[in-house]
Design a protein around this ligand. Structure first.
Ligand code: G
Ligand code: G
Ligand code: MN
Ligand code: NA
Length: 254
């Protein structure tokens, strides 16, 4: 079975869809945004996990088309929700390091958003720490271009890669997402508490919002609240889910 070849056709065959995971205020639990996560519904294999097909998509370059499709889909969904007066503040999309190698990344994303009724302010670009630190010279100007167009920028999986903290002052970022490995060790490992607290304080000192990922228990949530974490995301709040389900959980009719 040639997964790569099938992945190439997945968009045209309508096998791709998006799930959305809410990100809520740690205190009030009001929704502050959501993250779009791509899913592949294979005709015989069923749902192929993104952990399996995203690496193939990156390796083969198919991630370029997937990335464009994801953004278009997010804009269409956002427009639909806004038209229904479901007030979704923003949606985050993940970008792979490979996508930053495309010379037309910024212009293609800009044009996709322009072709819809959405504005860049409603889109958060998530870039992993490891991919952004990999090749700072080329990533930095791209991030500045996104920023000047009005997009928000989040550093994903923060703390997991090697953190070149010196670059934190150069990066035009808005949001820092603490990697779930720290969150999941908050209760069992006092070192994770210290590290998480330090990341949150540093982020606040730099005027960044902090999202804790992978929050699964109320103990973890309580701990994060004590540390003044701004936003939480994880199975305790909600898993990634279909737009319909998300609407039924969060839409308050007017
Ligand atoms: O969605 P989880 O639910 O299993 O996602 C697994 C991995 O796939 C995560 O690292 C996530 O960042 C990545 N991923 C999910 N959706 C996208 C996407 O649209 N683009 C890219 N580049 N990565 C994605
Ligand atoms: O790598 P990135 O952070 O973009 O991807 C988020 C990944 O984390 C997705 O695979 C998503 O399904 C997963 N995820 C979301 N909430 C939780 C959680 O509470 N626990 C765990 N273990 N994974 C989560
Ligand atoms: Mn992410
Ligand atoms: Na992450």
């Amino acid at each position: 079975l040639d997964l790569e070849n099938e992945l190439r056709w997945a968009i045209a065959r309508n096998q791709m869809f998006l799930h959305y995971q809410p990100q809520v205020n740690a205190e009030s639990c009001r929704m502050e945004g959501m993250e779009a996560l791509v899913r592949w519904n294979h005709p015989t294999l069923g749902q192929v996990p993104p952990g399996e097909f995203i690496p193939i998509a990156e390796e083969s370059g198919i991630i370029m088309d997937i990335g464009k499709w994801v953004l278009k889909e997010v804009c269409v969904q956002l427009s639909r929700w806004l038209a229904d007066s479901f007030d979704v503040p923003s949606i985050a999309v993940n970008l792979s390091a490979r996508q930053f190698m495309a010379p037309d990344l910024v212009s293609s994303i800009r044009d996709i958003v322009r072709g819809t009724s959405c504005s860049p302010q409603q889109i958060v670009i998530e870039i992993t720490e490891s991919s952004s630190m990999n090749d700072i010279e080329s990533v930095l100007p791209i991030l500045h271009e996104f920023k000047s167009l009005g997009f928000q920028i989040a550093i994903d999986d923060f703390g997991k890669g090697y953190s070149a903290l010196g670059y934190m002052k150069q990066f035009p970022i808005d949001i820092l997402k603490i990697d779930k490995s720290f969150v999941q060790e908050l209760i069992s490992d006092s070192k994770s508490v210290v590290i998480t607290k330090t990341i949150i304080d540093m982020a606040h000192g730099l005027n960044l919002k902090v999202i804790a990922e992978g929050v699964e228990t109320t103990d973890q949530l309580d701990c994060l609240r004590k540390m003044a974490c701004d936003i939480v995301q994880g199975y305790l709040i909600d898993p990634p889910m279909s737009p319909d389900r998300l609407e039924s959980r969060y839409w308050i009719g007017v």
